[in-house]
Design a protein around this ligand. Sequence first.
Ligand code: NAD
Length: 484
Amino acid sequence: MVSRVIPVEPFDLVVFGGTGDLARRKILPGLYRRFLGGQMPPESRIIGAARSEMTEDEFRAMARAAIAEFVSADKRDAAMIDQFISLISYVAIDAKGDGGWATLKGMMRKGVVRAFYFSVAPALFGALAERLHDHNIADAKSRIVVEKPFGRDLDTARALNATLAKHFREEQIYRIDHYLGKETVQNLMAVRFANILFEPIWKAQYIDHVQITVAETVGVEGRGAYYDTSGAMRDMVQNHLMQLLCLIAMEPPYHFDPNAVRDEKLKVIRALDPVEHQDIVRGQYLAGGGQKSYVDHSENPASKTESYIAMKVHVSNWRWKGTPFYLRTGKRLRARTSEIAITFKEPPHSIFDDAEGWRENVLVIRLQPNEGMNLMVMIKEPGPGGMRLTQVPLDMSFAEALGEDGADIPDAYERLIMDVIRGNQTLFMRGDEVEAAWAWADPIIQAWERKGDKPRGYEPGTSGPEDALMLLHRDGRRWREIRE
Ligand code: NAD
């Protein structure tokens, strides 16, 4: 089956922070792939805007190098790259001053969608919004794309929302959470709401528990000083894991419409119980495997910031009463993997004498690597040896089902940027959602700050602190193995 590519309207996309790491690794290569795929029209333009004084040619050379480094060889078509590069220009701009803004204004065209990607440090988000407005560069239809982190607590998130709201309507603000741009995350919604099979049993009565794991093998090297002011709770749980939890726990929206979906997600966040102290395990990786420890990477021997967190969360509503959601995320773990696993309950009665091979049904949604879904089901073990049970994966991965084109899954950033141009906010966080997530996270963080809790050390290359295992053992459950 050939996947349909519908070109978006021609656009002018200004990438503030165009020389930065995110622009080089994700935004520019992603745009090239959408251009190659026929989705970005050749009448579009990309304008890099950053602090460095450089010529257009120098910026283009940087974009070319980024494509060479971050786009796979089979997608690097020399003629298409040349054409794409010809759509790029550059302006040196100071987010906090007036330099470059008049030039940028002169570069904007009428009659195309204008989007402004804030790929700069969060401290500059407000200044950019203000200057876009003051210099009359943004029109009523313009969109701004705001990177993470969106605040570091409820107060700062509120202040940022208020600053952006002075110059842009909510419909113009696209708060990125790249987890929402992943193919499987959207497929989760399709599986839930386009089939009759799952929704009737999608509740505490049939679901034993849910595990959400985002494990990384890298540490905080290179950005230790920044990370030490944040930690796993702020950097991962409050946003990414929370968004995944929302998509699993939310009620069916009345329509696949941005506000209908986000209303339902918001209700989930508001239904979250406060998390008890004993239901949280925080960890810091130790030195090992020739690598430094967390405290060495962060250059803060007294650091109390967690590089790992595991927690048990309850959604207090009719659907989920009694079904725990276990969340965990950490750095320097055994494997780089992100997955959601939904474990169903036992059948009420077993008709088989030999139930030895019996295992629970689990729906596993893998976000990385190898995006896809598997439903673990029980079948008869093939062969003449009587009725023995065995568990097999029912592969629901679109990559195979959809053939070659289906395997060509766009990166989350490319998909999300195209959504910005289309004006579709479904996969972006609304201001009230972000605030509600902070309102839930703040007391949890404050509690351990008040107590002065120091995270437990854990060996790198493992699945985290021992105490995290206990969190599930106590409930008679086990974490799934962290592996690629
Ligand atoms: P970076 O430090 O690599 O790049 C920062 C960019 O901002 C540079 O282009 C720089 O020239 C520009 N800049 C700095 N001060 C400026 C000023 N006063 N005026 C105009 N431009 C200025 O940062 P990054 O890693 O690319 O991150 C950008 C944003 O994306 C941040 O908000 C970050 O939190 C977020 N983010 C990054 C990643 C990542 O993988 N790099 C992942 C998720 C989110």
